[in-house]
Structures are given as C-alpha cells and as structure tokens.
Design a protein around this ligand. Structure first.
Ligand code: MN3
Length: 208
C-alpha cells in the first residue's frame, strides 16, 4: 500500500469529515485524523531522523522485521510506525453508509472460512470488544486466501510476512470516546456499516 519513505507525510482523508455520519461524527474523525494520526506521523519522522539507512525503507519494510532494526529505534518505530500504518489502513477502509455488503471472491472466502458473514462479523466484533486496553481487531488473509481474525495490542501490526491486512477496527478510546463514551460495542457495531468492501476486495485480490 504505502510505497513512500521518510519523511512520511500526513495523508488526507479519502472523504470529507462528515461523510461517516452518523456512525462517526465530524468531531471524532477530525480529532482522530488531524491530531492522533498526525502525531504518529510526526513521531515516526523524529524516530527516523538519525538513521540514514532506515530512511530508505518503506513503512511496510520497517514494520516487517522490527527486531532487526537498531535497538534504540525499535520501540519508537513499533509504536509510531505501527500507528501510521494502522491509521492509514483504518481511514482507507471506510466509506459512508450506503448499504454496502461483502463482494466477489472476498464474499465467497468469508462464507468458506467463517460459515457466513454473520459469523465473521460476530468473531470480529468479539475480538474488538474483548481487546483489553488499546489495540485493534483485523481481518487478514494469508497468501493462499485463507481469512482469519486477529487482535493486536497498542499499535502493533500482525506478522506482515504471513498476512495481508484486509481491514481493521481501531478500539483505542480516542477512536470513539467523544461520541460513544464507554460504549465500545455500539461503535464497533456501527463500524461494520462503514466498511469499504470494494477496497477490501482489492486488497484481498492483491494479497502477497
Ligand atoms: Mn486511533
């Protein structure tokens, strides 16, 4: 997805701030994108400022084998590089509510691997709601197209050598608290209505 290298830039949202209403209101999205996500971009650039060799790497390359990076850079890259990667995918995985449903080979794979879309949704919701503290729930595929749901803590990413992310839901409180307060389950239920299935299908078909 992200071919760029240092210095990383804040990507504009692919839609207006009010497009995800009523599931996510303008204020929630504005703070999330303009403040939280931007801070990860700024801090990732700071973390890379002293490492000429890391400045040539894409975000995915940086996140694929963090343990091989210089020791002092590992935690800032895990936290902030993951923060950039996860938020860019999150914002890019949504669109306004328009009755969208799973499509094409991804819809078929969901039925094959989960029995039904309802089961898939239930498992993803369970992963999102049960995540203790801050983190993410993901739908990922392996290179053969087998789907699974994973949770990650904080800003960690799934093993990108094994999995291609299809979409993910942010369950940090900053993603929903302004609008939903402590009602994480209500936010997650609404989030399913926002999934951009056309982009999800494209990621599924282009998996590596
Ligand atoms: Mn977030």
């Amino acid at each position: 997805m992200n071919k760029e290298t240092y210095p990383f830039l804040v990507r504009p949202l692919p839609y207006a701030y009010d497009v995800l209403c009523p599931v996510l209101d303008e204020e929630t999205l504005k703070f999330h994108h303009d403040k939280h996500y931007k801070t990860y971009v700024d801090n990732l650039n700071k973390a890379l400022a002293d490492y000429a060799e890391l400045q040539k790497m894409t975000l995915k390359e940086l996140l694929t084998d963090i343990d091989s990076l210089p020791k002092a850079a590992q935690t800032p890259i895990r936290n902030n590089g993951g923060g950039v990667y996860n938020h860019e995918l999150y914002f890019d995985s949504m669109k306004g509510v328009d009755g969208q449903q799973p499509e094409g080979s991804l819809a078929d794979a969901i039925v094959r691997d989960f029995g039904s879309y309802d089961n898939c949704k239930e498992q993803m919701k369970q992963a999102a709601v049960s995540k203790f503290g801050s983190g993410w729930a993901w739908l990922v595929t392996d290179e053969d197209g087998k789907l699974s749901i994973v949770q990650t803590a904080n800003q960690e990413v799934p093993d990108l050598t094994l999995f291609t992310p299809i979409f993910l839901v942010d369950v940090w409180e900053h993603a929903y608290y302004l609008q939903y307060q402590n009602r994480r389950a209500d936010y997650v239920e609404g989030w399913f209505l926002l999934i951009n299935w056309k982009k999800a299908l494209k990621r599924y078909e282009e998996r590596q």
